[in-house]
Design a protein around this ligand. Structure first.
Ligand code: 3PG
Length: 209
């Protein structure tokens, strides 16, 4: 089983994907894989999200699919049962984090403050999602956190773009970034899979350390 740190190394960008129609799930995943991006954070923001998660997990084995927007213990359990290979939460509470850790798959808890980083670190985790990255302070803020807490690696997400990604990826404490720009809603609704593949290919120039 992958650990959360190795999840951060799969791709310079973790696409944050929201699917309304489960029929779009497999084509979106294949389009990303065709463009060289082999990981998805599938958000649990739609009624059909678990069905989409199951379809991707079963039918696109070359994609590592995780569940995002985990807000409750029940969602963590349901996501794991549907085949999620990792769990992502936008923020952290101690009780949700404890439950997510019991599920037994890699966990990327969301953090936005130094105190939250320290609380997650106390549980022994050194890989975290930094959310919402742009509004919370961007690369300067993450760089400042790295001075007292250099052992944590972040996946900044929220307001990150192809243009702003290099500024994050150049930091010693950033392994990858996350963002929804690889799967624009309009492209998914128009079933424009080639556009999604091209957007995924656009990340090939980004470098991970
Ligand atoms: C998330 O859940 O990580 C965010 O909604 C993604 O943020 P973005 O749409 O600004 O990329």
């Amino acid at each position: 089983m992958a650990d959360a740190t190795s999840v951060l190394h799969v791709s310079p960008v973790i696409p944050v994907v929201t699917i309304e129609d489960p029929q779009h799930a497999v084509p979106v995943a294949r389009a990303l894989a065709d463009g060289g991006v082999r990981i998805i954070e599938l958000t649990l923001r739609t009624d059909s999200a678990l069905e989409s998660l199951k379809l991707i997990a079963n039918e696109v084995p070359d994609i590592l699919v995780g569940a995002g927007t985990i807000l409750t213990p029940g969602q963590a359990d349901a996501a794991a049962s549907a085949g999620a290979q990792f769990l992502v939460s936008p923020g952290m509470t101690p009780s949700l984090l404890d439950h997510m850790l019991q599920v037994g798959i890699p966990v990327l808890p969301g953090v936005a403050t130094v105190g939250e980083v320290m609380a997650v670190l106390e549980r022994g985790l050194t890989a975290m999602k930094f959310f919402p990255a742009g509004p919370a302070g961007g690369p300067d803020y993450l760089s400042a956190i790295g001075a007292p807490i250099p052992q944590v690696q972040f996946c900044p997400t929220g307001g990150v773009t192809l243009d702003s990604a290099p500024g994050y990826l150049s930091l010693a404490n950033v392994t990858c970034v996350g963002g929804s720009w690889l799967t624009p809603r309009a492209a998914v609704e128009a079933e424009d899979w080639q556009r999604i593949t091209r957007l995924a290919q656009g990340t090939a120039s980004l470098r991970q350390h």
